[in-house]
Design a protein around this ligand. Structure first.
Ligand SMILES: Cc1cc2nc3c(=O)[nH]c(=O)nc-3n(C[C@H](O)[C@H](O)[C@H](O)COP(=O)(O)OP(=O)(O)OC[C@H]3O[C@@H](n4cnc5c(N)ncnc54)[C@H](O)[C@@H]3O)c2cc1C
Length: 484
């Protein structure tokens, strides 16, 4: 098969249901008390069915319950509570809008690009507010710090500096957000070797599984008659029936077929991220699964513990090894636990057929070995034996052809069903902690009829123009091919 054909087949494939036997993520090694929660019987009829119990499903659910006084909500989760990307990520609370700014401004104009920057930084503040409101600062091991982004080639560093210069020129209020450092400063002040330079920006790290499960449990306590959470309940298919859905408490016109029987709902909210295409066939190729690899490594005191001060991102030009066909996708991300000194290190080095995949039931050994061999070198250590591997796992992200999230109402063309009651927030392109919470909140408000256009970037919407020009399969193929 020609490369284009094989990339095409990968991105348009049905991602299927979340695999029932995922790799074990370090974050979930002590399951929450509600990990397997479900009602004795599935409720028969609800106002809202939210599919997916990650941070997006949480944000939508919370908004619907808080902003509507009677609405009933059921969260349907294929596996255990918060067992998708949110429970298996890198824990980095950092925006990427700065390095993307130039591209965004050229594509969408300075105003929209600025709005995306504002949205992501506001989302990070919202994460902090949520953590404080639900008193999970300790439990979620929130670390407020600065992220050190470093660039492993001069070309990457130059592109980054151009992007920040343009951001500051277009939006003077953002001056000072990024502090640029030369290669000398990166090694002398921060002990990171082999870079062409870097920059510091405000950021944080967190244990997202603990945050999300705690808030779900508080919502269950607060809204016992209005919220149920049904884990181990994959939604296998959705039908639209001709019963007319009247506003609230009527019989819903959607029937969700699950492994535990049917559930009726007036509206369906897809918070299924990398799996979106399974229930929304028209989205296949427009949101595609991308598999990530994470490790926890113990440097055993061979480097200082900087967990509360710094997290790291390592950027390099994507490239493909002609022999192994493994692609280095351009980014490694790193955080450190102040408590244990453990490093949380992730990044992709895998063949394209391994990466464009919704199968998190295994983690490729060579991807793990790669992460083990790379990490000590950034700290100037040429260790003979790798640092101790505490844990390694994989997880599934949702990617879109234009690199932006999708938030809005699904058309019948996309769902391939009748009805106007299906909604989605997905495709955070690896930056959920900087996008999902506010995207979910915006979606919840949109469902309730509120206007969020003053703060939700229009570029995240499902407007005709985006669907015609930016969210297209050829765009997705060319974005992936640029890495081959
Ligand atoms: C390895 C890895 C590292 C990452 N690192 C970072 C990071 O450091 N910082 C950052 O900002 N972002 C990171 N991300 C991305 C971030 O985790 C995601 O963008 C974010 O968690 C998405 O949240 P979500 O709720 O939309 O999706 P998810 O958390 O994936 O939730 C979707 C849920 O839907 C369920 N589901 C799917 N289909 C069905 C169905 N048919 N029926 C019932 N349930 C279904 C799934 O089981 C899953 O629990 C990373 C992701 C991965 C995989």
């Amino acid at each position: 098969m020609a490369p284009n054909d094989s990339v095409f087949s990968l991105i348009v494939a049905d991602p299927g249901l979340p695999r029932s036997n995922p790799t074990q993520s370090y974050w979930q090694h002590i399951p929450h008390a509600l990990a397997d929660i479900q009602s004795p019987d599935l409720p028969a009829n609800r106002d809202f069915a939210v599919i997916g119990s990650g941070i997006t499903g949480l944000a939508v659910t919370k908004t619907l319950l808080e902003r509507h006084s009677t609405a009933t909500v059921t969260v349907l989760e294929a596996r255990t509570l918060c067992s998708g990307a949110t429970g298996r990520n890198g824990g980095q609370m950092a925006a990427n809008a700065g390095e993307q700014y130039l591209n965004l401004a050229e594509t969408h104009g300075a105003e929209t690009a600025g709005k995306i920057v504002d949205f992501t930084f506001r989302n990070l503040e919202k994460m902090q507010e949520l953590i404080k409101e639900y008193e999970v600062v300790e439990l979620s091991e929130l670390q407020n710090l600065r992220k050190l982004r470093v660039f492993l080639t001069q070309g990457k560093f130059d592109d980054f500096k151009k992007s920040i210069a343009r951001l500051e020129a277009d939006h003077p209020s953002r001056r000072g957000l990024y502090t640029i450092l030369d290669a000398d400063a990166v090694v002398k002040e921060h002990g990171i070797h082999g870079t062409s330079g870097g920059a510091l920006l405000p950021a944080g790290t967190v244990w997202p599984y603990r945050l999300v499960t705690k808030v779900f449990s508080a919502l269950l306590e607060k809204y016992p008659g209005r919220l149920t959470i049904e884990t181990h309940t994959p939604v296998e298919s959705i039908e639209h029936t001709s019963i007319r859905a009247s506003p609230i408490t009527a019989i819903g016109s959607y029937v969700l077929r699950t492994s535990r029987g049917p559930l009726r709902a007036s509206a369906v909210v897809h918070c299924t991220n990398g799996y979106s295409g399974h229930l929304v066939p028209g989205l296949r190729g427009l949101v595609y699964p991308f598999k990530g690899t994470m490790t926890v490594q113990d440097p055993e005191n061979s480097v200082p513990n900087q967990g509360t001060a710094i997290s790291w991102g390592f950027h390099y030009p994507p490239s493909c090894d002609p022999e192994t066909k493994r692609i280095g996708y351009g980014l490694y991300y790193l955080g450190q636990s102040a408590k244990t000194g453990y490093f949380y290190f992730g990044g992709e080095n895998a063949r394209i057929d391994e990466s464009v995949s919704a199968d998190d039931s295994f983690v490729a050994e060579h991807s793990v070995v790669h992460l083990q061999s790379v990490l000590p070198r950034f700290f100037g250590k040429n260790v003979r034996s790798n640092w101790r591997l505490i844990s390694a796992w994989s997880g599934i992200m949702g990617y879109s052809p234009d690199g932006l999230p999708i938030v809005g109402q699904l058309s019948c063309k996309l769902t391939e069903r009748k009805g106007d009651g299906e909604w989605i927030a997905a495709a955070f392109n690896g930056y959920g902690m900087a996008n999902s919470l506010l995207s979910g909140e915006a979606l919840g408000l949109m469902i309730l009829g509120e206007d969020v256009s003053s703060w939700l970037p229009m570029a995240y919407g499902l407007g005709e123009r985006r669907l015609r020009e930016a969210l297209t399969i050829p765009k997705a193929i060319s974005a992936l091919n640029s890495k081959l």
